[in-house]
Design a protein around this ligand. Structure first.
Ligand SMILES: C[S@@+](CC[C@H](N)C(=O)[O-])C[C@H]1O[C@@H](n2cnc3c(N)ncnc32)[C@H](O)[C@@H]1O
Length: 155
């Protein structure tokens, strides 16, 4: 299975890098995980940043038309870990088992982006900073594989 995380910016603290790499390493037993980091525009007005960054994302996503796109979005439907696992589980036996998770820009997604027909997933009604969120997403992907394989994982 091929999993991509498409996100903005880089991890800039050792503790973030180490934590993320720990989960990438654990996930490697089950899937090939690749991170695609886009350059975020943040110096203009919020509304302009939002539009530029969302358009960049839309352009990038054209090259992932063979992937199931999962847009991580605070304001959308809350998914439990089991519901999140079922997204990966439903894809794993497809010939093209490819999923791309999107972590959005700091100023949010544009209306144009939000009207695209991507599945949207929230991990709860709290806004997490994007670096921390990258780690939490990786942990939930790892947890999903443990659940799918009926393997023991600390609670
Ligand atoms: C700093 S947040 C962006 C906050 C922005 N103001 C908004 O409302 O979208 C950066 C990204 O982290 C992800 N994120 C943060 N917390 C999340 C949550 N609770 N559930 C799902 N995604 C989350 C989303 O992909 C979001 O676009």
């Amino acid at each position: 299975m091929n999993i991509k995380i498409i996100c903005f910016g880089k991890l800039d603290k050792k503790f973030f890098i180490d934590s993320f790499n720990e989960y990438v390493n654990r996930i490697s037993k089950y899937a090939n995980l690749q991170v695609i980091e886009l350059k975020e525009e943040y110096q203009k007005e919020d509304v302009v940043n939002k539009s530029i960054n969302s358009d960049l994302l839309l352009e990038k996503l054209k090259t992932f038309s063979d992937h199931e796109i999962i847009c991580m979005d605070v304001s959308s439907k809350n998914y439990s870990t089991e519901e999140f696992t079922s997204i990966i589980d439903n894809n794993k036996n497809l010939k093209q088992a490819k999923i791309a998770f999107i972590i959005g820009p700091s100023d949010g997604y544009s209306d144009k982006f939000l009207t695209q027909n991507y599945k949207k997933v929230s991990f709860g009604n709290i806004t997490l900073p994007h670096q921390l969120f990258r780690i939490i997403l990786a942990e939930q992907i790892y947890r999903a594989f443990k659940i799918m394989n009926n393997e023991k994982y600390h609670k």
